[in-house]
Design a protein around this ligand. Structure first.
Ligand code: 48F
Length: 256
């Protein structure tokens, strides 16, 4: 029996990894924007894999605000909430409250049910750069990176890469630092996020969701970070709408 358990996991896992070595879309970061993008891309029939360095993807959504585990979503994003089957209650003023643990797990469930594959405990440490475009991601075990072990990575080739890594916009920073290129941001580089402004932060998260270099798209707080816009705190409608917009932009490019 012991051998059956081990063989089952190893055969299944490596078949899954092998079938994701060359895909349509690689998503870096399993926060709300990345997971929603994964859902809509999978629903559109794209082969999509999401990589998150944590054991549990979900990013900053699990903890609500200051670990009070509820989140706020505004009216404009409610069609996404309803499509994903998340429970909510009306808090007035065009806002709705959801349990953050229920919402995060619902997002993960719906994305994987739609056909997206999530690889947890994977750190994306670089991108593959071919013909002046981002052509994939360079991945390693998150514990390898955390321990600072000198172990070479593997690569996942992708027609599009979506960075949804949150506040630090690590992928864009790495691409800008390592390559002599200009990003599609106001300065051509990564500007970094500004202090908190809920309304502007929410609005610009969606506006800043775009392709910042051929093959490299940004969503969520990473979109605001690269373009130098505001953080917004525990209101999540912008994150959900950003993920949906990223999926639409990527589909439009891949279907051309
Ligand atoms: O920060 P995060 O939740 O992403 P988001 O979609 O949402 C932001 C909100 O949670 C919140 C907010 C609300 O309005 O401002 O902060 O922008 O999640 C980012 C995920 O990316 C993973 C990280 O573990 C987290 O789960 N991540 C970051 N860098 C890497 C990574 C990396 N290099 N490789 C793999 N995963």
């Amino acid at each position: 029996m012991e051998q059956i358990v081990s063989t089952g996991i190893i055969d299944s896992y490596f078949a899954k990894l092998k079938s994701n070595l060359s895909i349509d879309v690689a998503i870096v970061g399993g926060g709300p924007s990345g997971i929603v993008a994964a859902y809509y891309l999978a629903k559109a029939g794209k082969k999509v894999a999401l990589f998150d360095r944590k054991l549990a993807p979900g990013g900053g959504m699990w903890g609500g605000a200051m670990m009070f585990n509820d989140i706020v979503v505004q009216e404009e994003a409610m069609p996404i909430v309803k499509e994903l089957g998340v429970s909510y209650h009306d808090a007035g003023n065009g806002t709705y409250i959801m349990d953050s643990v229920h919402t995060t797990s619902a997002l993960i469930y719906q994305a994987t049910k739609a056909g997206a594959t999530i690889f947890n405990c994977y750190s994306v440490e670089d991108v593959v750069f071919h013909n002046d475009a981002v052509a994939g991601v360079v991945v390693n075990w998150a514990p390898v990176i955390r321990e600072g072990m000198h172990v070479d990575p593997l690569t996942i080739m992708a027609k599009a890469v979506l960075e949804g890594t949150g506040h630090d916009c690590e992928v864009a920073r790495t691409v800008a630092r390592k390559n002599d290129i200009k990003l599609n941001t106001p300065t051509g580089g990564v500007i970094g996020e500004r202090s908190l402004n809920v309304e502007l932060g929410e609005q610009t998260t969606v506006e800043n969701t775009k392709e910042i270099y051929p093959g490299l798209f940004v969503s969520g707080m990473a979109a605001n970070g690269v373009s130098g816009s505001f953080r917004m705190g525990p209101i999540f409608g912008g994150m959900l709408m950003s993920g949906k917009k990223a999926a639409e932009l990527i589909c439009a490019k891949l279907d051309k």
